[in-house]
Design a binder for this molecule. Structure first.
Ligand code: COA
Length: 385
């Protein structure tokens, strides 16, 4: 009756009302609202509320949610102590996974999770949602300073999520345009149907594990270069290409060797990812703001997109969300190995929204397999082999 489908391509893994996409038309919606409208008019806080609670908040609901997020930004001193022992040469995604995995030890209570919405302790669910979402940004920013032998920059409660994140990362009050662009980036990365990391979150959550463990599983899954880790690879690739004039030859050689063009291609989109369209526009806006004084990597990326359209476009392979995000982050002074952690901060909203949705009617994931190994056979003692 059932058939193995590699990568579960086209196999529905859940039933969800959180987001939807049309890969042929390039449309992504969160709870029915187009991503382009949310990136233009909403904030990360409002979008997170929308994803988690299902509707746009009233002014009062948003103020309450935002206030809770601001009051929960501090990270326990002992989490910082754990981080101190991690090697500074390690990837920040590994640090993030470790730190978030430890949160449940400081905020216990997962025994209340029963998998039935009516039995779950709603305060625990809500408190852990806010705590995890609020502290992800602080943890990522703390590490940036700790690995450079500096004291972390304390969060500021008078700033919104994006502005405070940039402030904590750089130690300086950010340019308002940078803060607006970061806010849009957080909105754009917050949710994307059942991708690999969200699926990992759902599998973990289905065992009634604690929400920080759900997020830790998802962080580990996001880290790989075929998923969120691609944004860091894009920057390395553009640096390797070195100049718009080299794009053609580089692309030809890469494709001839069956190499990967990072930031291109998507399982679902057969046109340009709508998030890449918006990120490219933001980059144009930033270039204008800086009187053209932005990294030449942007011109290389634009040329690569043009050439890629000729060679990969006919196969339905176009720029995805990771193609322009790293260039934007680099313009804001963020090191390239922190790009994927930024993605994780934002996607935490989506992961937790899915976790909560699933809890209401939970069933443990336990798929089957097509066994292709040996049939039952006799054990051979060691001295007879
Ligand atoms: N560069 C070069 N070729 C690519 C490509 C890319 N970025 N993405 C897909 N292809 C090619 C594959 O080589 C394959 O070619 P073939 O049919 O000749 O074997 C074909 O397109 C189908 O790709 P496949 O890897 O089977 O698609 P998928 O749906 O399993 O994978 C991705 C989707 C995202 C993993 C894939 O496009 C990719 O590796 N992209 C680069 C990494 C990236 O940017 N990830 C972030 C995603 S948001």
């Amino acid at each position: 009756m059932s058939q193995y489908v590699p990568g579960l391509q086209g196999v529905p893994a859940t039933r969800s009302a959180i987001s939807d996409l049309d890969g042929q038309k390039g449309i992504l919606t969160y709870r029915g609202y187009k991503i382009v409208d949310l990136a233009r008019h909403s904030t990360f806080e409002e979008t997170a509320y929308l994803l988690i609670h299902g509707e746009l908040p009233s002014a009062e609901e948003l103020a309450r949610f935002d206030d809770k997020l601001r009051r929960n930004r501090h990270v326990k001193y002992n989490v910082r102590e754990i981080m101190k022992f991690l090697p500074i040469t390690g990837h920040p995604m590994e640090m993030l996974q470790t730190a978030v995995a430890s949160l449940g030890m400081f905020y216990p209570g997962e025994e209340c999770l029963t998998g039935s919405g009516s039995c779950a302790d709603l305060d625990y669910v809500e408190n852990m949602t806010v705590k995890t979402l609020a502290t992800m940004g602080t943890i990522v920013a703390m590490w940036e300073h700790m690995r450079n032998g500096e004291d972390p920059v304390s969060p500021r409660a008078d700033m919104g999520y994006a502005e405070n994140l940039l402030y904590m990362l750089t130690g300086e009050e950010p340019d308002p345009l940078h803060a607006r662009i970061m806010d849009a980036c957080l909105v754009l990365h917050a949710e994307h149907t059942i991708n690999a990391s969200t699926f990992a979150a759902l599998v973990c959550g289905s065992t009634l594990a604690a929400p920080n463990q759900v997020v830790a599983s998802a962080v580990g899954t996001l880290a790989g270069p075929l998923h969120g880790g691609a944004n860091q690879r894009v920057l390395q690739m553009l640096e390797e290409i070195g100049s718009p004039d080299n794009v053609d030859a580089w692309l030809q050689e890469t494709l001839a060797n069956r190499g990967t063009v990072w930031g291109f291609g998507h399982r679902e989109y057969k046109v340009k990812d709508p998030r890449a369209v918006i990120l490219q526009e933001r980059m144009e806006e930033l270039r204008e703001h800086k009187d053209g004084d932005v990294s030449p990597l942007f011109d290389i990326a634009v040329r690569l997109e043009e050439e890629g359209a000729k060679r990969l476009g006919p196969k339905g392979i176009h720029p995805n969300v990771d193609f322009y995000s790293g260039i934007l982050y680099a313009e804001m002074g963020i090191p390239s190995d922190q790009f994927t952690p930024l993605f994780a901060i934002s996607r935490t909203a989506g992961w937790l929204a899915h976790w909560r949705e699933q809890l209401v009617n939970n069933r443990i994931y336990r798929p089957t397999q097509e066994y292709v190994g040996e049939r039952v056979r006799e054990y051979v003692p060691l001295d007879e082999r």
